[in-house]
Design a protein around this ligand. Structure first.
Ligand code: UDP
Length: 236
């Protein structure tokens, strides 16, 4: 087995990725993700996960139900804690040791995100799940992923999606669309490609933190990727 290319990764999973039609949390997806994460963990890769909350609540839709944005954003952050607990449970079912950390205090279920402690957990082989985003309204979990990856000195941000990378056009609408294997940050900006929100993208660019957008639903993709195979799109 090849030595992994990346020693420490930050895996960003959206909340919606965990859901399916009618199910807020789809058990088969949780199961599949746990299996994929176990494979890279068994290779010795240190894994931090930032989880979104879009399957449960997004601050941007708070206005529709008469709730102000800041309140809605905190509801969205709490949603990420629920998803984090679900991922924690499924990883532990597969024998992995985990710590659920949070950017807003919820003592009964998670520990506070303290950078040095987070790094220590990784060094001890524990998978850390970083919930509640940045802890601040008006941010997204993509920004949290970029911020936490920089803080814990991850080698790369892996953005797991349902498509296998960044395309020249929407592959579902344009059959001639092709996947970019690699892009520089300035090429991605110049082409107006939406990789992550602007805050997250700028944080990665300024700190020279590579991003790989890849299809998390394809078996073994995550393993191939950490071993340096041409999977997804690398932005660096
Ligand atoms: N959120 C926030 N601050 C953060 C991260 C998230 O206020 O640092 C809120 C925001 O309302 C967001 C929601 O949490 O809509 C869920 O996160 P996100 O939309 O990023 O989840 P995803 O799209 O990845 O499922």
């Amino acid at each position: 087995m090849d030595k992994p290319k990346y020693k420490r990764i930050l895996l960003k999973l959206s909340g919606e990725a965990l859901s399916s039609d009618g199910e807020v949390l789809e058990p088969s997806i949780l199961e599949q993700y746990a299996q994929e994460i176990k494979k890279i963990h068994d290779l010795g890769v240190e894994v931090a996960i930032v989880i979104g909350g879009g399957n449960i609540f997004r601050g941007a839709s708070a206005a529709k139900v008469g709730i102000d944005r800041v309140q809605g954003d905190y509801m969205g952050m709490l949603a990420t804690v629920i998803n984090g607990m679900a991922i924690q449970a499924s990883l532990e079912k597969h024998g992995m040791f985990t710590r659920l950390m949070t950017a807003i205090k919820i003592e009964a279920v998670c520990e506070p995100m303290i950078r040095r402690r987070a790094i220590r957990h990784l060094e001890k082989g524990r998978i850390i799940i970083l919930s509640a985003g940045t802890g601040n309204p008006y941010f997204t979990t993509d920004s949290a992923a970029a911020l936490r990856a920089i803080e814990i000195e991850a080698d790369v941000v892996l953005k797991g999606t349902r498509v296998d990378g960044v395309y020249t056009a929407d592959p579902e609408k344009d059959p001639t669309a092709t996947r970019y294997a690699q892009l520089s940050f300035s090429e991605a900006l110049g082409k107006g490609l939406k990789i992550m929100d602007a805050t997250a993208f700028t944080l990665c660019q300024e700190n020279k933190l590579p991003i790989i957008v890849f299809d998390m639903n394809k078996p073994d993709n995550l393993t191939k990727l950490v071993q340096g195979e041409d999977v997804g799109t690398l932005i660096s």
